[in-house]
Design a protein. Sequence first.
Length: 258
Amino acid sequence: MKKSYWIRTGVIILAAVLMAGCISPKKMEIFRGMEYDVRYEATPPEDLQLQPFDRLKIQVISEIPQLAAPFNAAVNYDESSKSTQNAVSYVVDREGCIEFPKLGPVNVMGLTTRELENLLSIEIKEKGYIKDPTVKVDLENFEITVIGDRNQQINVNGGINLVQLIARTGGPSYRFKMDDVMVIRTENGYRQAYKVDIRKKDIFESPVFYLQQNDIVYLKNKVPVQDPTIQTVTASISSILAGVSVITSVLILTRLSK
């Protein structure tokens, strides 16, 4: 009786130690409710709207390079050489304007890059500078800030959605609340926080699924955050206790099996 008792006790202790480090696969699942071989409507991302302090790269192209040179060289344009330059960088001021060569202040607030291209093309043409200009506008500062479980800034060329961002930061983690991801967005002078549950397929319908420049993504910690020193000591003690439990269980089982 005594021998079987110690064997059962040892097995229970060993199983408890091993299971302590396991995470239920169910808790890590995402896109719940999404079925195989079912077609779901996919909403395309909206064009990004320009905001104060955005950095833009603008290039004006013409069949006659000398006509486009003043727009591409900004203050460095040399009238004598008629030289052309590459695209020029601009920063949108707090009023939502840029100072564009020949045209002066241009309000770009709320415009997409495509709308700004059309606006500049029309203005250049109507003022008689270039008969048929082509304007290219690129947004240079597509940056997303991630705080919480992983603190970092993500620079993006083009666009990115929330799933891609989380994957880039290391993928879903048991450490943060997958049912309460916060996205903070600034629009029209106001900040608004959105709650997203990445475990559900509804994530694709969220207004913040497609991220915008300067969005803040907060991955809330699920486990209590400890002081780094205390956390190190606690982890060391836990490791020692786990090792002792395993060794003790093995010794008990070895001894009783003889």
